[in-house]
Design a protein around this ligand. Structure first.
Ligand code: PLP
Length: 401
């Protein structure tokens, strides 16, 4: 017999498993609203035009080769990524207080940051919002941190449980790490207002908590790269320390290229260089060094003013299409007289809407309408189009009546 015969079958990943089920469904009207990947109005994956241009430049440049990158990745990419999230005129960049390392997209950046903290930070507790992206809990637990949660979402108002958030972070042990979604909170689509961010910042600093920002949707939420980095920049502006994980999966459509960055903002350039030396020790035995191609694409775009401008226009186009899907779905439910207040569909920020549908209603929609979504009722607005909105509205209507 096999030495692995004793294995128990692991469950499908709750998010990626939705696509597995979707792929098995032969129905011509099937609709996948589970995975957080952008689709065009025709329901197709999108490769940005600027990405095609950058790729073209890269493959036609005979001076480029396929050598290994350094452990910390492509130097240009790291510098430009820090400028993108912290702002080109950030004093922390000028003072060399930021260490940026290229990692395997957002997930890899979170994992490297988590392992670094578990090894070198005095407080191994990390607070995650409840709910949060499902992978956070596993990433940080396996990194060696002890995961706790803070209240975030209030089902009754379909909004932020701001009081609960302040209470929970207020009673967290001093020094605890706090994971914050920089914008476009996944899965709820609910973000703090700028005033609420300011109160959160004051509380975090007064309790010497350590903020760890997960920025997977910069530019994708509002269509504006600076606006979507507001929360992170306000925490850098106060001179305090923090971590930030960036992903280019959504905002450049580079999902499969696995390109992202981890930045650690320290109090001094000396500390930043110690941090870098230890980050290398985390990365080297994990995957040695990161992949070249995706980082070259990003650096090519961020470095060239014309490509950069073209990117911001394409990015805004994606954000605007998602925002228009919100309005169309809301209107479709209203025209059907679907019971309930669906205004949260318009108010939600980013790729997702937390519909409020329960697991029974979700499974009804999958069975009867071939619509696939996670059982928490989260739908990816980016997977919708004008043509599929009526089908989804019919399904939601039938599920709640
Ligand atoms: N963080 C959040 C909140 C996300 O929603 C995602 C992707 O869905 C990620 C991180 C990581 O994505 P990736 O590893 O593809 O960059």
């Amino acid at each position: 017999g096999s030495v692995f015969a004793h294995l128990v079958r692991a469950p499908e990943d709750p998010i990626l498993g939705v696509t597995v089920a979707f792929n098995k469904d032969p129905s011509p009207v099937k609709l996948n609203l589970g995975v957080g990947a952008y689709r065009t109005e025709e329901g197709k994956p999108l490769v940005l035009n600027v990405v095609r241009k950058a790729q073209h430049q890269i493959v036609n440049d005979p001076s480029r080769n396929k050598e290994y990158l350094p452990i910390v990745g492509l130097a240009d990419f790291n510098k430009l990524s820090a400028k993108l999230i912290f702002g080109a005129d950030s004093p922390a960049i000028q003072e060399n207080r930021i260490t940026t390392v290229q990692c395997l997209s957002g997930t890899g950046s979170l994992r490297v940051g988590g392992e670094f903290l578990a090894k070198h930070y005095h407080q191994r507790i990390i607070y995650l919002p409840k709910p949060t992206w499902g992978n956070h809990t596993k990433v940080f637990t396996l990194a060696g941190l002890s995961v706790k949660t803070y209240r975030y979402y209030a089902p009754a108002t379909r909004g932020l449980d701001f009081q609960g958030l302040l209470e929970d972070l207020g009673s967290a042990p001093s020094g605890s790490i706090v994971l914050l979604h920089a914008c476009a909170h996944n899965p709820t689509g609910v973000d703090p207002t700028p005033e609420q961010w300011e109160q959160i910042r004051q509380l975090i600093r007064s309790k010497a908590l350590l903020p760890f920002f997960d920025s997977a949707y910069q530019g994708f939420a509002s269509g504006n790269l600076d606006a979507d980095a507001h929360s992170v920049r306000s925490f850098v502006a106060d001179g305090g320390e923090l971590l930030a994980a960036q992903s280019y999966a959504k905002n450049m459509g580079l999902y499969g290229e696995r390109v992202g960055a981890l930045s650690i903002v320290s109090k001094s350039a000396d500390v930043a260089s110690l941090v870098e030396s230890q980050l290398k020790l985390v990365i080297r035995p994990m995957y040695s060094n990161p992949p070249l191609h995706g980082a070259s694409i990003v650096a090519t775009i961020l470095k060239d003013r014309d490509l950069y401008n073209e990117w911001t226009i394409e990015l805004k186009g994606m954000a605007d299409r998602i925002i228009s899907m919100r309005q169309q779905l809301f209107d479709a439910l209203r025209s059907r007289g679907t019971p309930g207040d669906w205004s949260h569909i318009i108010k939600s920020i980013g790729m997702f809407t937390f519909t409020g549908l329960n697991p029974e209603q979700v499974s009804f929609m999958t069975k009867e309408y071939h619509i696939y979504l996670t059982s928490d009722g989260r739908i990816s607005m980016a997977g919708l189009s004008s043509k599929t909105v009526p089908h989804l509205a019919d399904a939601i209507h039938a599920a709640v009546t």
